[in-house]
Design a protein around this ligand. Structure first.
Ligand code: HEM
Length: 412
């Protein structure tokens, strides 16, 4: 895309999997996170965290966090995923909703409970209602921050709602710092991710995380770890509500594999069709619609010249609906993700979690979590669409639609 020199820089959008592979995988070290993303998403709270760091700083934080995201550790979290989804089922059974539920809001609450248990090690560590409200408001400023970044303006400039957002950010910082200090004081050795982070030592340098790295990463995991999964689950439920045959098929799979038992480490990975539904939902509605990079020096990408610092975005939304890569790209068809079909595809045609060294560290966490939640909810409840509802897309920090996703929910 041409820029408006000198105000808006030229921006490159990639929809060719071969070029994406070159940038994210084969020549990843030539490209760093782009300034636009950094300016739009980072603040005092998370500047030094994994997502925003580069070079040796990034490498050691990634190494320090990696053990917490090992597959066997994550499988052990499955009962937490099932319990949190089960609590929502109980609430729906108790309340018997007489009006449509907002699938996005309901999923945010479940995934946030999971973050409280799996990352912080306990629920009720803080005022979740207040924290979630502040977080949602803070994330709503991302569109404005993007505009400021696009115009190369500093991100402290005021915009509508910015003084409330600044107060929210202050509160989120203080709360996260309070949690870190409290955990430091208890010196616990639990499997909660916050404790693994507190106790992480770099085997090469012996370095441990500073308070500011801990606060940034904890905040980063709370944001990245709940909003993206909630959005993917919300879309999964909405797509299943529109496709009752797939919903029935998913329900039958869960009943056959888990019966009436909670989804556990031994069953979650056998729920192949459930996983495919989540994958297909993230193809049609990737929670993060783009991934940004910029070259460290003037270089080439395939046959194209790119200049130092020129922003380059992998246009995930466009890639996932590209006519040359997908048959009937706008149709919902979870069978695109059978293991054979997935293997036959270019490895950079489908990238909800990115690819290469900076691939989402929470990918396996999210896949296990979303599969367990979707299986638990759909086994017990039927989801149907609300007549007359008009979907309004509003890509922001994630692809959360404006006004939520209303659905009818009824016990099976
Ligand atoms: C459906 C759920 C999720 C989606 C779609 C998603 C997507 C992404 C994407 C696209 C990136 C950027 C990759 C890149 O720049 O190449 C990313 C990075 C990251 N994600 Fe996720 N994510 C999800 C869940 C999670 C969870 C559950 C966690 C942690 C609990 C998490 C933590 C992170 C972190 C820390 C990074 C930065 C990694 C780095 O720079 O090394 N994400 N994610």
């Amino acid at each position: 895309m041409r820029g408006i020199w000198p105000i808006v820089p030229k921006t490159i959008y990639l929809t060719d999997p071969a070029l994406v592979e070159e940038m994210l995988l084969t020549r990843a070290e030539f490209f760093q996170r782009d300034v636009m993303t950094i300016q739009a998403l980072s603040g005092a709270i998370n500047k030094g965290s994994l997502f925003f760091s580069e070079g040796a700083d990034w490498k050691w934080q990634r190494r320090a966090l990696a053990p917490a995201f090992r597959h066997e550790n994550l499988l052990a979290l499955t009962p937490i995923f099932a319990r949190c989804a089960g609590e929502l089922c109980q609430a729906w059974r108790r309340e018997r909703p007489t009006a449509p539920i907002d699938a996005m809001k309901a999923m945010s609450e479940v995934t946030f409970s999971i973050i409280e248990s799996a990352v912080l090690g306990a629920q009720g560590t803080f005022d979740r209602e207040r924290f979630l409200t502040a977080l949602t408001r803070a994330l709503s400023g991302v569109s404005w921050q993007r505009i400021l970044a696009l115009l190369s303006l500093p991100n402290w400039l005021p915009f509508p709602g910015s003084s409330q957002i600044n107060r929210d950010m202050r509160y989120l910082y203080d709360e996260t710092a309070r949690i870190v200090a409290a955990r430091r004081a208890t010196r616990a050795h639990t499997p909660a991710i916050v404790d693994l982070m507190l106790n992480a030592t770099d085997p090469e340098s012996g370095r441990t995380m500073t308070d500011s790295e801990l606060i940034g990463n904890l905040y980063g995991l709370m944001v990245a770890g709940h909003e993206t999964s909630a959005v993917a689950l919300g879309w999964s439920l909405w797509l299943l509500a529109k496709d009752q045959a797939s919903q029935e098929r998913l329900r039958a799979e869960v009943q056959e594999i888990a019966g009436a038992d909670d989804i556990g480490p031994e069953t979650v990975e056998r729920l192949q069709f459930t996983k495919q539904v989540v994958q297909e939902a993230m193809r049609l509605f990737p929670p993060a619609a783009a991934i940004g990079r910029q070259p460290r020096e003037d270089t080439t990408l395939g046959p194209h010249k790119v200049l130092k610092k020129e922003p380059i975005f992998v246009a995930i939304w466009a890639l996932h609906r590209h006519e040359k890569l997908w048959d009937q790209p706008n149709a919902f068809d979870p069978d695109r993700f059978t293991p054979e079909k997935a293997k036959a595809r270019h490895r950079c045609a489908y990238l909800p979690f990115g690819a290469g060294p900076r691939i989402c560290i929470g990918m396996s966490f999210a896949m296990l979590e979303m599969t367990a939640i979707l299986a638990t909810l759909v086994r017990d409840f039927r989801f149907t669409t609300v007549e007359g509802h008009r979907l309004e897309l509003a890509p922001d920090f994630t692809t959360r639609p404006r006004g939520g996703l209303p659905l009818w929910v009824a016990p099976v």
